[in-house]
Ligand binder design. Sequence first.
Ligand code: THU
Length: 132
Amino acid sequence: MEYQELLKEAFAAMDNAYAPYSNYHVGACVLCTDGVTFKGANIENASYGATNCAERTAVFSAYANGYRKEDIAAIAIVSDGKRIGTPCGICRQVLSELLLPSTPVILSNGKDKMITNITELLPYSFGQEDLR
Ligand code: THU
């Protein structure tokens, strides 16, 4: 699947965002190496801290269906913001454990696009190795 198509899937996922508080809509789509995709959207809550971000929803869904970091080819994350929305700190921490260091992370707001990876987004990360 081309990145352009993956971005389209992420924008389709964004339509399912539940964001009555921020009105900021985010969609994500994980592409697995076998071609299977998992969509996610941000799901807010009146108790704001209970909100789940789009990229976590998508990656958790992939993991919940048995896929692991080696099986993930790319993730697209999109928003309807004025500028490209980069993952929040909590999502960076989650992605640093659940993606391979150089898995492409494709970001877009429909106007601009950038391709990065979790190592660039979260250098000097804390992880599993630190607990051994
Ligand atoms: N949000 C995401 O879904 N992903 C991010 O990486 C940034 C923030 C959501 C959470 C909340 O529903 C809204 O955007 C505003 O913070």
